[in-house]
Design a protein. Structure first.
Lengths: 254, 229
């Protein structure tokens, strides 16, 4: 079950917004069934990196990727790569909970229906298993047909995680998934991530360094579009090799 | 630590811990000096002053520990700062124990000064001078982040051990010659033993300085088959 091999591999990746180079020469592997945290000050390129892993940046005009991004050894920027299929297998959870203004049930079956699942029993099973994996089932099983907007922020975010899981992805990208949540909801999401990594690979961008320290196996520090240091989380936070990493995590920046 | 924290109060709190350690270090070093002087000069009053003076070291011990715990709770220190606070907690403990040992020495001196002197005290002050220098150098190494100096301190411990062995051998011959010398000889051995233990604590401080600078725990390097510093 536990596969420690790289599931995503970047080779000398550059990313441009028009002429602005947001990522410069990034090469790194993401281990399967691990939580990898990307940290760094605003504008360092970490969110850009996260978004290019499932081609979300395609949606922004004037952007360009150079270098190669492999997902299970397939170049996701190859001409014949299918962005829809890539986004199904590499799901994403955003900073602010963004459920559809529909019922909890419909939030979860929306995408599966689009890809052709129509049998009610199959959809029901998918709803239950996704909600269970997102540790939300017990709280919402009796209100599945109530609007998702009636849930608390923390519940909404877990619903968004469940919605990503409903597509049976291999990788879940998380962009500051708890920054809009209170500490208890944050703790629940963190606990959930630890459970999810048994089945999924998680890559998370976070500004909360204690969060990176608590939950991730490996941490990569970015600065000005470059990957400065990438190593075991326990090492980054006790004895980083690079001065810039040290200055950032100890609060000696700027 | 040339670059300062964005938070100046954090910077200040770390600085205060460092200053507390230096203050404690200066006090215990002085206590050892006075305890040995009270032996050499037969000055029992000075020995009593050492015993009562330890209260200040104990106060600083508690103060530093409380500051470190507060820093851990409120600042979530990482990297150098984390290693510094871990180091400070342990160095603080070493210094406090050194203070207690200076008291142990002074207590033996009070007894010894009432007994006939069986030998001139030459090696004891020599041992004490090395141990004091080890404390001073290990704290210097901490402040200056000087790995070479910390490693030199780690090597000094051996000299103190050798002097203690020498004193012990000498005292055994005294005791064999005349059983009336057994009591003072045992007290002198205890003084030597306490100085030897002080140098072990100074070595412990130097180990922590190596950890502070490199992140490596070298405390049991010898028993784990690594080469000497």
């Amino acid at each position: 079950m536990v596969n420690r091999e790289a599931i995503i591999r970047l080779e000398n990746v550059y990313f441009f917004y028009e002429r602005f180079c947001a990522l410069a020469g990034v090469s790194m592997d993401f281990g399967a069934n691990r939580i990898t945290a990307l940290i760094g000050p605003s504008g360092c390129g970490k969110s850009t990196l996260l978004r290019l892993l499932n081609r979300m940046n395609d949606l922004i005009d004037g952007t360009r990727v150079e270098g190669r991004v492999f997902f299970e050894e397939q170049d996701i920027y190859a001409a014949d790569a299918d962005p829809v299929e890539i986004r199904r297998r590499i799901g994403m959870v955003f900073q602010k909970p963004n459920p559809f203004p529909k019922t909890i049930y419909k939030n979860l079956v929306y995408a599966p229906k689009l890809v052709g699942i129509s049998k009610k029993s199959e959809l029901d099973d998918l709803v239950e298993s996704s909600l269970r994996q997102a540790a939300l089932w017990e709280e919402v099983k009796d209100i599945l047909h109530r609007s998702a907007m009636t849930l608390s922020g923390g519940q909404q975010q877990r619903l968004c995680i469940a919605r990503a899981l409903a597509m049976k992805p291999d990788v879940i990208l998380m962009d500051e998934p708890t920054s809009a949540l209170d500490p208890i909801s944050t703790a629940k999401i963190e606990e959930l991530m630890d459970e999810l990594k048994k089945r999924y690979t998680i890559i998370i961008v976070t500004h909360n360094m204690q969060q990176a320290a608590r939950i991730s196996d490996k941490t990569a520090f970015f600065y000005l579009g470059r990957m400065i240091e990438y190593t075991d989380t326990s090492r980054i936070f006790t004895n980083p090799s690079e001065k810039q990493t040290e200055d950032y995590i100890t609060g000696r920046f700027g | 630590m040339e670059k300062k924290h964005t938070s100046s109060s954090y910077e200040q709190e770390l600085q205060e811990v460092k200053e507390g350690l230096l203050q404690s270090g200066a006090l215990v070093e002085e206590a050892i000096g006075k305890a040995v002087k009270s032996l050499v000069d037969g000055d029992t009053e000075l020995a009593h002053a050492v015993i009562s003076g330890d209260r200040r070291v104990d106060e600083i011990d508690i103060d530093i520990e409380e500051r470190c715990i507060r820093l851990l709770a409120l600042r979530q220190p990482a990297a150098t700062d984390l290693r510094f606070i871990a180091t400070a907690i342990k160095v603080n403990g070493h210094l406090e124990r050194i203070g207690d040992m200076a008291v142990n020495i002074a207590e033996r001196v009070v007894l010894l000064n009432d007994l006939p002197r069986i030998k001139p005290y030459v090696d004891i002050p020599r041992m004490a001078d090395i141990a004091r220098k080890m404390i001073r150098d290990s704290l210097d190494a901490l402040v200056r982040q000087d790995l070479d100096l910390a490693n030199r301190v780690r090597r000094e411990d051996e000299k103190v051990d050798q002097l203690e062995d020498q004193i012990t051998r000498e005292l055994i011959t005294f005791m064999m010659e005349d059983p009336r010398r057994i009591h003072p000889a045992l007290l002198i051995m205890q003084v030597a033993k306490n100085i030897e233990r002080i140098s072990d604590h100074a070595e412990g401080i130097a180990h922590m300085v190596v950890f502070l600078i490199t992140g490596r725990i070298v405390r049991h390097a010898r028993s784990m088959g690594e080469e000497a510093p």
